[in-house]
Design a protein around this ligand. Structure first.
Ligand code: ZN
Ligand code: ZN
Length: 165
């Protein structure tokens, strides 16, 4: 959805609020996905020569555990606020996605906000033991434990022994 910020500023700035469905199903969130359209709420209101905008939404994010590759689902919230002035529309460094006509692309803005919120590393649980390097299954598996390192003779101990002799 587009929000015509230039017209909003020119038109006397009555508070505006709307909900819209945003389809982010084709977008990538560091390997995770949002698989259903998101109901988002957008509001804009004037405050002096500034326009305050808010964008809110929540979505189920689907990804996989970085250790065991099991599917992981989590709820992610976006609650973003932004203040803009008319001159921002001509500023090349303005951080919201705006076109030459002064319209903000709310879908792109929402995508940016979700991208900030979705963790780049998902875990099925904080202490996920991950996959066994021997059989490739999720731990604990039935593989014998890896040989103990202490089975190797310790060089420092043998030096000590030779001193004692
Ligand atoms: Zn896991
Ligand atoms: Zn194993």
């Amino acid at each position: 959805m587009q929000f015509d910020l230039r017209r909003f500023i020119a038109s006397g700035r009555a508070r505006q609020e709307q909900t819209f469905d945003c389809d982010l199903t084709g977008r990538d969130f560091a390997g995770s996905r949002i698989e259903a359209p998101v109901a988002a709420r957008f509001a804009a209101e004037a405050d002096g020569d500034e326009v305050r905008m808010t964008l809110r939404a929540s979505a189920s994010v689907h990804g996989e555990c970085a250790r065991c590759l099991d599917p992981v689902q989590l709820e992610v919230q976006v609650d973003a606020g932004w203040t803009a002035r008319e001159r921002d529309l001509d500023d090349p460094d303005f951080e919201l996605p705006v076109n030459e006509a002064g319209c903000i692309d709310l879908d792109d803005w929402l995508y940016q906000e979700f991208l900030f919120q979705v963790p780049t590393v998902l875990l099925c649980s904080a202490d996920c033991p991950g996959l066994c390097p021997q059989c490739g299954r999720k731990r604990p598996c039935s593989c014998p434990a890896a040989p103990e390192q202490s089975a190797q003779p310790d060089a420092r101990l043998s030096v000590l022994k030779s001193l004692l002799n």
